[in-house]
Design a protein around this ligand. Structure first.
Ligand SMILES: Cc1cc2nc3c(=O)[nH]c(=O)nc-3n(C[C@H](O)[C@H](O)[C@H](O)COP(=O)(O)OP(=O)(O)OC[C@H]3O[C@@H](n4cnc5c(N)ncnc54)[C@H](O)[C@@H]3O)c2cc1C
Ligand code: SF4
Length: 572
């Protein structure tokens, strides 16, 4: 295929516009650099009425909000999903890795859960603590100033708790717990489980004139038209454009490779324009990959040259290795005390108002890493289904289950808001044997070789999942509730989710001091190629029992500051 070259020369080309790419766009453009953002999905603005799914009623969707094209239901704001037509991925042996891709400006930040947790001091030195995996080449203290800046720029609610490994930040006021959450607090405390207000990047108090304040519509997964929740477009890229940044957005543009010269240095990227099907080349002094952990690994592995025969920056053979996702385990319960509730508007932010950070010492347990508990339930605006079969709830009172018409209607009212759910989200141990690689036998519809996944949970994660289920059982018992399905046993790894399913995949370009044992340094700069940086979750050494995005953005900001200082020294 002929490659069409553009004459434009950029200081920095950023691939991907999600959490990492958005942060790099803001910091680099505000420093005066000329930036190209190359994004494989379309332009997206949560405030555009034509793209909005927020504030729509269930009856406005032909299937009451049930999924047709969108993975989590019609109102979810993802363009893309688990399966994208013409963009397959493959699995080795009996691997069943699930790969979620949001293809749109802002990436997955348009519909993520907004749980915005800092990693704690211990999370950067897990090998020193339990001998497994590797320590990070930087400490919490190194990253703390950037977490502080992210908190202040974007806004996160929460409370100061003085918990060593759950560092406090700069918090906006949190919303109050709702009834089901009050039940959770009481039952969890009885089991000696700590419960604190959640930490979500939702604006509960005005922080500037560009963004509105949350009006509690419960709809963050639909993205917020007043920009009260964080998404990369509304909070990073648009403000950077409005501030006069020199930013060219290339949307619907799928990067195939990073291009290099005879010295092995990057010269730009080649991308396929999805609108005209042609391939183009952009020139840049620096390339910043932020296409998400697995997509960036794919681009690097596909960027082979004489100087980089094993893929760009892959002399360590570690690009794609140490892929790891959070663990997950769920349970749901019926609370008889919550039947026949007075129905009122209980909507809050689009997520939980309280949660439990990891509360135990792994040295006293038979698995090495912890998990946190997310809580859900109550009376959200009804959409498709109710999350359970109401007809069956009568069995808890020895009554006949089933019915339709008036019986069904009155059962609906009786049981509405009487359920609660728990999700454990935990840390897995990064294993070299879990990885993505290029499948030599398959290309996608653009002719780009696809990824093949190799992934197996170890006993560490399986034992952790068992602990989650034992914990949920105790909490439900303390509440006087009834579990809505059987406790999963060993035959299903105690309900452990499939790898990839929690959508926290990290580690494919891990950072470190030793170029033989890592792909990038602590500033996310490739050891092998001095003008290529990776600012998504690829550089994570370990996952922590936290969600990753706040750390992606703190690291991306730190890396971007480093790029700016290198430009100032004329090192590019
Ligand atoms: C439903 C859901 C809930 C979540 N909840 C939370 C949560 O509560 N807390 C949390 O911390 N995390 C959460 N996450 C995870 C979070 O969204 C990700 O960690 C974060 O968005 C990753 O940022 P990123 O920049 O690496 O990738 P992304 O946000 O995925 O952005 C990558 C971008 O790169 C583009 N791209 C990919 N390949 C190419 C290519 N070849 N060329 C050009 N562009 C490309 C994509 O289109 C995309 O826009 C959730 C995710 C989902 C889906
Ligand atoms: S809950 Fe608040 S932040 Fe989320 S979409 Fe609704 S108004 Fe916006």
């Amino acid at each position: 295929m002929e490659i069409k070259k553009t004459s434009k020369q950029y200081d920095v080309i950023i691939v991907g516009s999600g959490a990492g790419g958005g942060m790099a766009t803001k910091v680099l453009s505000e420093a005066g650099l000329k930036v190209a953002v190359v994004e494989s999905g379309p332009y997206y603005d949560p405030a555009n009425p034509e793209q909005m799914t927020q504030l729509k009623w269930a009856w406005q969707s032909p299937r009451r909000g049930a999924g047709t094209t969108r993975p989590f239901g019609d109102f979810d704001q993802a363009y893309g999903g688990w399966d994208i037509e013409g963009e397959p991925y493959t699995q080795k042996d009996d691997t069943n890795f699930r790969w979620f891709r949001s293809r749109m400006l802002g990436g997955r930040t348009n519909h993520w859960g907004r749980i915005s947790l800092r990693f704690g001091p211990n999370d950067f030195k897990k090998k020193s603590i339990d001998g497994l995996g590797e320590d990070w080449p930087l400490t919490y203290e190194d990253l703390k100033p950037y977490y502080d800046k992210v908190d202040k720029l974007i806004g996160v609610f929460g409370t100061k708790e003085n918990l060593y490994n759950e560092p406090d930040g700069f918090f906006l006021p949190p919303p109050k717990p709702r009834l089901h959450e009050l039940y959770y607090i009481k039952a969890a405390k009885k089991a000696d489980i700590k419960v604190i207000p959640s930490r979500l990047s939702v604006i509960t108090k005005r922080i500037n004139n560009d963004r509105g304040v949350c009006f509690y519509c419960n709809g963050c997964a639909r993205s917020c038209n007043v920009y009260a929740d964080f998404s990369s477009g509304s909070c990073l890229i648009f403000p950077a454009q409005n501030a006069g940044g020199q930013i060219d957005l290339y949307v619907n543009s799928m990067v195939r490779t990073v291009e290099t010269n005879s010295e092995g240095k990057a010269t730009g990227v080649s991308y396929i324009n999805k609108d005209d099907g042609n391939e183009y080349k952009l020139n840049g002094k620096v390339v910043v990959l932020a296409a998400s952990a697995c997509s960036s690994a794919r681009i690097l592995l596909n960027s082979k040259s004489k100087q980089h025969p094993n893929g760009l920056g892959n002399s360590s053979d570690l690009v794609g290795k140490y892929l790891h996702d959070s663990t997950g385990g769920d349970m749901m319960a019926f609370l008889p005390q919550l039947t026949n509730r007075k129905i009122y508007n209980e909507d809050g932010v689009g997520g939980m108002h309280v949660y439990s950070p990891w509360w135990l010492d792994n040295k006293k347990l038979d698995f090495p890493r912890g998990y946190h508990i997310e809580v859900w339930g109550g009376m959200g605006a009804p959409t498709y289904g109710t999350g359970f079969n109401v007809n069956h709830f009568n069995k808890f009172f020895g009554l006949k289950a089933g019915g339709y018409g008036d019986v069904l209607r009155s059962d609906m009212k009786k049981y509405y808001g009487s359920t609660i759910g728990f999700s454990g989200r935990g840390e897995s141990v990064a294993m070299k044997s879990n990885y993505c690689e290029i499948d030599p036998n398959k290309v996608d519809k653009y002719g780009v070789p696809v990824l093949r996944f190799n992934y197996k949970w170890t006993d560490y994660e399986i034992k952790q999942a068992k602990h989650m289920q034992d914990t949920f059982e105790e909490i439900i018992h303390n509440m006087g509730g009834q579990p809505l399905w059987n406790k999963p046993g060993i035959e299903s790894n105690y309900g452990l989710t499939k790898p990839g399913e929690i959508i926290h995949e990290v580690g494919t370009t891990r950072m470190g001091k030793n170029p033989k044992e890592s792909v990038v340094d602590q500033f996310e700069r490739m050891h092998d190629v001095e003008n290529v940086f990776v600012v998504d979750a690829g550089p994570f050494v370990s996952q922590a029992d936290k969600n990753p995005t706040w750390t992606i953005m703190a690291l991306a900001w730190r890396a971007s500051d480093h790029i700016v200082s290198e430009f100032k020294k004329q090192n590019f």
